[in-house]
Ligand binder design. Structure first.
Ligand code: CUA
Length: 354
């Protein structure tokens, strides 16, 4: 899946070797490659959720109006350039000078007012449909909290806390199950955006914003923080996983379980609980109750590490715990300076947190 990006990256490195923009280009391509591993296309013109559909329809109307204006203005401009261009023998001659025309001035005042009026009405209607939606009784409620640079996801009614992957049931026309989100920030301004599911909504400190999504097809939808929030803004990815009917309940049941306590990994557990890991991370029903970093109770049920930066595999987990700064420079998780033995033990313990 990734090979075209590898080739492009290689070419970019060669073409730009020694220039600073090389780093930027490669970083962008690397970010793009992360997306390439995900089976869905992130595209605002491919709405798969009710609010995204409403926004898509209004954007088609706006695009059509703008295209018509472009054609009229561009057409008149092209006509003027060709038809009344300077010709041989025009030197020293001025074209006829016209001062004021009530008809023309009236036309270019009234027509734009009408266009703007139509767009205001259509936009107001869409905003009302999207923002004024009343949650039905079967709606799922989740709170999404933006952090530098990851997403905390809480389901207050279900007693679940997770990170970076928002699990929701798929909605069917006969059995609608939208998910209503409360958006909060723990630090700076972020923005929650999953293009196929809904518009962007800012995530602002000391403020509670709301939005909703309603995926109509099961699958994984990729989103990204859409408000510059610091060094790793571009790697603050999120995924929405829409489960087919029945599967969501299974996911909920698994997430509500306390963490597995496996005697075989006691050594790693002891290392984990004796370091400052527990000041930032929580593991349900243990003394680890930090709120600063992601909840690790079911760490291994998640697809990625570092908010979408790398796949959640044993090898990557080990590399992440050894030195998060190497994988995500600026991430607020420090290098814990574990010895190789401690690292092996902690990773063995974390791998059991399914
Ligand atoms: Cu969070 Cu950009």
């Amino acid at each position: 899946m990734n090979w075209p990006w590898r080739l492009i990256k290689k070419a970019a490195r060669r073409a730009l070797a020694g220039t600073s923009s090389c780093v930027t280009v490669v970083a962008i391509l690397e970010a793009r490659a992360t997306y390439a591993e995900v089976p869905t296309v992130t595209n605002i013109f491919k709405p798969l959720s009710t609010p995204a559909q409403a926004i898509y329809e209004i954007s088609l109307l706006v695009l059509a109006i703008c295209a018509a204006i472009f054609l009229v203005v561009g057409g008149i401009l092209a006509y003027s350039i060709i038809r009344i261009r300077r010709r041989p023998g025009d030197e020293g001659r001025e074209p006829p000078q016209v001062y004021g025309s009530n008809q023309i001035e009236l036309a270019w005042t009234v027509v734009p007012i009408l266009i703007v009026f139509v767009r205001i009405l259509a936009t107001a209607r869409t905003i009302y449909d999207v923002q004024g939606a009343i949650p039905p009784a079967e709606a799922i409620n989740a709170t999404v909290i933006g952090h530098q640079w990851w997403w905390e996801i809480r389901y207050p009614k279900l007693g679940i806390v997770t990170a970076n992957e928002l699990h929701v049931p798929v909605s069917e026309s006969s059995n609608r199950k939208p998910t209503f989100l409360k958006l909060e920030s723990a630090d700076v301004a972020h923005s929650f955006w999953v293009p196929e599911l809904a518009g962007k909504t800012d995530v602002i400190p000391n403020r509670e914003n709301v939005m909703w999504i309603e995926p109509m097809q099961p699958g994984t939808y990729v989103g990204n923080c859409a408000e510059y929030c610091g060094l790793q803004h571009a790697r603050m990815l999120l995924r929405v996983i829409a489960h087919p009917p029945g599967d969501f309940e299974k996911w909920v049941a698994a997430q509500r379980e306390p963490a597995v306590d496996n005697l075989q990994v006691r050594a790693g557990r002891d290392v984990f609980f004796s370091t400052s890991c527990i000041n930032c991370h929580a593991i349900k029903e243990t003394k680890a109750n930090g709120k600063f970093g992601p909840d690790l109770t079911h760490l291994m049920s998640r697809q990625t590490l570092g908010a979408g930066v790398i796949a959640n595999t044993e090898e990557n987990l080990r590399a992440w715990v050894r030195d998060p700064q190497h994988i995500k420079p600026g991430a607020l998780m420090p290098n814990m300076q574990l010895t190789n033995d401690e690292l092996d033990q902690v990773v063995a313990y974390l791998l059991t947190l399914k």
